[in-house]
Design a protein around this ligand. Structure first.
Ligand code: ZN
Length: 386
């Protein structure tokens, strides 16, 4: 099954040059997952949805369909649109569960674990840390009408002495629960955070389909003269006794088929440890990496813990990502050609995202790009080619 990525904002910090701030939608195994939710994302979703409808796109995207919201970090260009969207979900009388997940400072984690959901935060925890914002969303709005709104699973993650650690927040009980392992948010989908380097706790989110068993070799089963019932038994994973012999189901299957996988970096300086470690994992079909600056602004990138386009290329090469999509451009950049050229010097398959771009990863791992122009969606030929 294919994966879809809709990039709805490619600007860093603030809207500029017709670009809006961060927010992306991933459609994976029928689930709609929002990664970051900057200012005004609701309006953008509506506009994008109209374009999809007018172009007979297979999937619709609307806030009503969102199953999970993942946040890469607490800077407001990544979170400011979330609370109004949550409110719209409640106004729409949503009943379906929603999952929220975000990284928090390790001192915030320790405080929550010790003193519960309402723990006083130490000074090391920034005002925009995701724990502060999650609690604010709850306090400003949800607390008052929680009994009538949809259920929300609230998860926060931190890296205590380098170890990925998860808490479930239970605001209505004023408590938290520490999890033994990462939460399995959806069956058949692996969602994992990878720490990145930024001025507040931050992570990339990787979204992968679980591996599937290899294809069943029906032809071979047929050649052995098996009945349909016997073939169905083998295909269903059960061994078969036939003429005194045991036919093993697994011998009629090819190798496991690797699920598709993409990663969205969030904001990060160069050489984030969590991204460097990725290559040891399963293959990454697509990496979306911030490219706030170009070579000429490298000093800014180092000072503000952002990446240049070249850094993004290096990160994707190190992680062995098959395709790299650049995003999160500084308002100082009015064009993307320079970014593209510099990233291409270090990675073989790079593309610069524009607002509204739709990337499709096919079952075989090929990536297509659909871009809209005056309301019309068109496929861009060979978007990653030199
Ligand atoms: Zn940002």
């Amino acid at each position: 099954m294919r994966m879809e990525l809709h990039i709805l904002g490619t600007s860093s910090s603030r809207p500029a040059h017709g670009r809006e701030v961060s927010g992306s939608v991933v459609i994976c195994n029928g689930k709609t997952i929002l990664v970051d939710c900057g200012e005004g994302l609701q309006s953008r979703l509506l506009a994008h949805s109209s374009i999809l409808k007018a172009n007979n796109w297979q999937h619709r995207i609307a806030h009503t369909r969102i199953d999970a919201m993942l946040f890469t970090h607490g800077h407001l260009d990544h979170t400011w649109g979330a609370m109004p969207m949550l409110q719209s979900m409640a106004l729409d009388d949503r009943r379906r569960e929603l999952t929220l997940a975000a990284p928090i400072h390790e001192d915030a984690y320790s405080a929550l674990l010790k003193d519960g959901y309402s723990a006083k935060m130490p000074d090391t925890v920034a005002g925009v840390d995701m724990i502060q914002q999650l609690r604010m969303w709850w306090k400003l709005w949800i607390e008052k009408i929680e009994q009538v709104i949809f259920p929300i699973e609230w998860y926060v993650v931190s890296w205590l002495k380098g170890k990925e650690s998860w808490l479930e927040l239970r605001p209505h009980e004023n408590s938290v629960i520490e999890l033994d392992s990462s939460p399995q948010i959806f069956a058949g989908i692996n969602i994992s955070p990878h720490p990145t380097t930024h001025s507040v706790p931050s992570c990339a989110w990787r979204i992968s389909q679980a591996d599937r068993p290899g294809r069943f070799d029906g032809q071979r089963a047929g050649e052995l003269g098996l009945s349909n019932q016997e073939i169905a038994q083998l295909a269903g994973g059960k061994d078969l006794e036939k003429d005194g012999q045991t036919l093993l189901s697994e011998q009629f299957r090819g190798d496991d088929r690797s699920g598709l996988s993409l990663l969205i970096s969030g904001d990060t300086g160069a050489e984030a440890p969590g991204l460097v470690a990725l290559s040891a994992d399963k293959p990454l079909n697509l990496m979306v990496h911030e490219a706030t600056y170009v070579d000429e602004q490298e000093e800014h990138a180092r000072n503000y813990l952002h990446s240049t386009a070249r850094d993004a290329g290096t990160a994707a090469t190190t992680a062995d990502a098959a395709h790299l999509v650049l995003t999160h451009y500084s308002s100082r950049l009015s064009e993307s050609e320079t970014s593209l050229n510099q990233a291409r010097q270090v990675h073989r398959a790079v593309c610069c995202a524009e607002d509204g771009d739709i990337f499709i990863i096919s079952e075989g791992g090929e990536v297509q790009l659909f871009r809209h122009h005056e309301g019309e969606l068109n496929e861009i030929p060979a978007p990653f080619a030199d």
